[in-house]
Design a protein around this ligand. Sequence first.
Ligand code: AMP
Ligand code: MG
Length: 265
Amino acid sequence: MKKLQIKPGAEVRLKDYDPDDTSAVPGDKDECIEKSEKLSERLGELQELLFAEHKHKLLIVLQGMDTSGKDGTVRHVMSGVSPASVRVASFKKPTPLELEHDFLWRVHAQTPAAGEIVIFNRSYYEDVLVVRVHDLVPKDVWRERYGLINDFEKMLTENGTTIIKFFLHISKKEQAERLQARIDDPTKRWKFQSGDIDERKLWNDYQKAYQDAIEKTSTKWAPWIVVPSDKKWVRNYVVAKTIVDTLEKFDMQYPKVKIDIKKIE
Ligand code: AMP
Ligand code: MG
């Protein structure tokens, strides 16, 4: 697991990370799925404690190529938790109003409050990914954003937010299969967008943009985790385990009751 976390300042070559790697997870598929279920249960308990204690804030950033499993990961993470204090914020193409502001404006409003877990399905990282690949702003504008992102994340962490960033790493071959499944399977077809095929043609540009983003924004305070995501059960385990380990480290306590029970009639 540890080797999946990118060290600050380290050079990143995505080619060195096998999207089909299973060495980070315990045992075989069945054992791993069983452990993931236990982790989901534990996540539910920890989330309740997080909410009760009302101190920490957890921000989970999910990024990955089309079909990498962002929605599936959200579904899995959410399976054991109460929707009351876990929120998902999905970031699409910015609206005209959003474009009139700085690129962090729309995301800042969605960051977690005390006791909350917020999952970003896509994020401000799109502003150095799709924006870079499609030349949506000049190079000297997006190049500045790595530093701005690091500063923004630092500010959030200094205000009690813990940030975990997952890159769901799939292979080009796996993406072909998943896109095909979206075309063939009537229950998945709604997810298919003709633009997905055009985006696939830019695969190498996206990998380069991801590689740079991960390298330049892996910091002590907001690390990236490269999640091998060709196998959904591996992906789910790595994500769940990372979140549970992070929450365990908070060493949270239920707040002390200040009411005198005897006085309640
Ligand atoms: P989906 O996640 O499939 O619903 O698609 C959302 C789309 O919004 C993707 O094609 C993203 O690349 C796009 N998107 C998200 N954020 C931005 C952004 N800041 N600028 C341009 N496009 C974006
Ligand atoms: Mg899509």
